[in-house]
Write a protein that binds this ligand. Structure first.
Ligand code: PRP
Length: 186
């Protein structure tokens, strides 16, 4: 889905599909260099990371394994609660593995703070973080991504995996949701 399909529900585009693709290619080169000789385990955080996992993994020229977790901290609201629950656990044993968490966004950073500690406690050799987006003004946790796509303002954004009430995940760009959408509860 493109911006023009839902232009009446969006304010400005913050990051275009082309910008994301180009930045993921650059990050893929960094990851290839940093993990040379290793087979890292990419851990995608459902559901928002589906798009970035698909694009980033295919940009890589080194072998990787992939697994998924689902954790929930939001529900259907626009505010982060910081409460993390495992909805779906990994199928893979991460002990003695180099883990690269693949995320769509660091908002408060609470989800990734918890997830990084959780994976380290299972015996992962290393746990690094790749995120497409970060809201520096919203971060409250002591979390710094190892691989960062873009810093964005602290606005309600959708697209490229990010949703509002499960909608807009398939928007190709990252855009600001018009306040009238969530004010109306459309
Ligand atoms: C979003 C996002 C991150 C988390 C970031 O997931 O995908 O996992 O919130 O927020 P934080 O930095 O404030 O912890 P969400 O819980 O909305 O689930 P979803 O990926 O299924 O949409």
């Amino acid at each position: 889905m493109r911006y023009s399909d839902v232009a009446d529900q969006l304010d400005e585009v913050l990051v275009t599909e082309e910008q994301i693709r180009a930045r993921l290619d650059e990050l893929a080169r960094d990851v290839e260099r940093d993990y040379a000789g290793e087979i890292p385990l990419l851990v995608g955080v459902l559901k928002g990371a589906v798009m970035v996992m698909a694009d980033f993994a295919r940009a890589l020229h080194i072998p990787v394994m992939m697994d998924w977790m689902a954790v929930s901290s939001y529900g259907n609201t626009t505010q982060s609660s910081g409460v993390v629950r495992i909805l779906k656990d990994l199928d893979t044993d991460v002990a003695n593995r180099h883990v690269l968490i693949v995320e769509d966004i660091i908002d408060t950073g609470l989800t990734l703070t918890w997830l990084r500690e959780n994976l380290l406690s299972r015996g992962a050799t290393s746990v690094k973080i790749l995120t497409v987006l970060r809201k520096p003004d919203a971060v409250v946790a002591d979390i710094v991504p190892d691989y960062l796509g873009f810093d964005i303002p602290n606005k309600f954004v959708v697209g490229y995996g990010l949703d509002y009430a499960e909608r807009y995940r398939h928007l190709r760009d990252v855009a600001v949701l018009s306040p009238h959408v969530y004010a109306d509860g459309e």
